[in-house]
Design a protein around this ligand. Structure first.
Ligand SMILES: Cc1cc2nc3c(=O)[nH]c(=O)nc-3n(C[C@H](O)[C@H](O)[C@H](O)COP(=O)(O)OP(=O)(O)OC[C@H]3O[C@@H](n4cnc5c(N)ncnc54)[C@H](O)[C@@H]3O)c2cc1C
Length: 433
């Protein structure tokens, strides 16, 4: 396992944090913690970066954090720059041509290749945060541990004391990212509009399926995702090589432009989507370990907020620990959960509502009311400033916990989750860590 020591000097009252997992959540927590003067060790299972994944979106709520860190000039040139989203019915009738703004609520939105954007974070960690060391079998200790180890989190089981079993979502996504040149996309009039005038973004919606495709880097690269029904009963979110004949079968009666674009990909992955109910808590019983990012709350891709919320988590922990100090580190984590849990849950639900509004759209109604299927850009999500929010609200939230005691997150109104979570409650309350 590789570790990056992000120590920032020698003040005695520094909070020492171990962060497990160097995805976007772990990096955000490490970078913001370093900025806030904490002592950080960031642990990652993979010693070397592989450029993995395909398109990932960061809303303006994450964008304003990247901008504050001074990263805009590094991110922007490799991002996708979309001007209009052309959305069609499955038959090919245009529903809307939605203008897209690159700046929302005062901050940029960043869409690009996950691996390429992640590489910038890794480079930053290696050049700025400190030297890497290898820890194998060595016991490390800290004031708090942050479990940022992704959707298949081991930290989650340690925190909860039970395995949080995922449920199949009933959907999977075929996804591809490839170079336009040589793929045939430029030559085919059924697909060339995607790459001939900078970056373009097109979508088609039908019963239980939506297909989105875009070009990137001025039309040099193309990516697509097609979400469809899938009954596979798998244990975890996982990706397999996809078969192009299965992909094309989904759109066999659709607007022929869909097959024309899909068939140009040299290969694709079959990414199974599983659900997780909200967890009973993101904190260990004694609030020494906190889960963040996908380890705490995996998102469906249709929210386009998984990575942005992971980043907000990391920033909130760093601010709370700064305000609480070493002696109150547990209080800082409890306040983190209280501040973040309802916001994350509300954002998570948008993944279901967005998908359902596309998958169940009535053709005549959406043609009359294209607003009903437009990409959402709500201020409560995109306008949020996680750093300012934590600075402004920590004192009142901490006071409430001190005066009224810590309470597990309230799931009373969340019928889907309540039953399973309540079963686990007693076991969790008996835990010692
Ligand atoms: C390989 C990969 C490809 C992805 N591709 C896409 C994509 O194309 N589009 C998209 O929207 N989202 C993608 N995601 C998901 C997206 O990156 C996350 O939803 C989001 O960024 C939340 O980030 P996270 O840091 O919480 O989790 P992750 O990004 O999953 O990061 C978790 C990190 O923890 C590390 N880790 C796991 N276990 C341990 C351990 N025991 N010890 C130390 N380190 C550990 C992992 O190696 C990983 O680096 C991908 C995730 C992964 C891991």
């Amino acid at each position: 396992m590789a570790a990056t020591n992000c120590s920032n000097g020698s003040a005695e009252e520094k909070v020492k944090i171990i962060i497990v997992g160097a995805g976007f959540a772990g990096f955000a927590c490490a970078i913001e913690s370093k900025l806030k003067g904490h002592d950080v060790i960031l642990l990652e299972k993979f010693p070397k970066l592989k450029i993995l994944g395909d398109i990932i979106s960061f809303g303006a709520n994450a964008g304003r954090i990247f901008e504050r860190w001074g990263w805009h000039d590094r991110f922007w040139p490799i991002c996708t720059h979309l001007k209009t989203f052309h959305l069609h019915t499955w038959k090919g009738d245009l529903i809307s041509a939605q203008p897209l703004e690159e700046i929302r609520f005062g901050a940029h939105q960043y869409n690009g290749h996950r691996g390429e954007l992640h590489e910038i974070l890794i480079d930053h960690a290696q050049n700025t945060l400190g030297a890497g060391v290898v820890v194998n079998g060595e016991r490390l200790s800290a004031d708090v541990v942050v479990g940022a180890d992704g959707v298949r989190s081991k930290a989650r089981e340690k925190v909860l004391g039970y395995f949080d079993k995922p449920r199949p979502s009933g959907y999977a996504v075929y996804r591809a990212w490839f170079t336009a040149k040589g793929s045939g996309i430029e030559e085919d009039p059924m697909s060339n509009y995607l790459v001939e005038d900078g970056d373009a973004f097109y979508g088609w919606i039908g019963k239980d399926v939506h297909f989105l495709c875009s070009s990137s880097k001025g039309g040099r690269d193309v990516s697509w995702v097609i979400t469809h029904k899938d009954e596979a009963d798998i244990e975890e979110s996982w990706s397999f090589p996809g078969k192009m004949e299965d992909v094309l079968k989904i759109v066999e009666d659709w607007d022929p432009r869909c097959a024309a674009i899909l068939s140009k990909a040299p290969s694709c992955v079959d990414w199974k989507l599983v659900y997780r109910d909200p967890l009973l808590t993101w904190l260990s019983r004694k609030a020494r370990i906190a889960l963040i990012g996908d380890a705490a709350h995996p998102f469906l891709p249709t929210s386009a907020q998984g990575a942005s919320q992971a980043i907000e988590d990391g920033v909130t922990i760093a601010v709370n620990l700064k305000l609480a100090g070493k002696k109150n580190a547990q209080l800082a984590l409890r306040a983190f959960e209280k501040m973040r849990y309802p916001r994350v849950r509300k954002t998570q639900i948008t993944g279901e509502t967005n998908r359902d509004k596309w998958h169940n759209a009535d053709e005549d109604k959406v043609k009359k009311d294209p607003e009903s299927v437009k990409l959402f850009n709500e201020e409560w999500i995109m306008g949020h400033n996680a750093e300012t929010y934590a600075f402004e609200h920590y004192a009142e939230v901490a006071k409430d916990i001190q005066e009224n005691g810590y309470k597990l997150p309230d799931l009373e109104d969340d019928d889907k989750a309540k039953e399973r979570v309540m079963e686990a409650r007693e076991e969790y309350l008996a835990r010692a860590i």
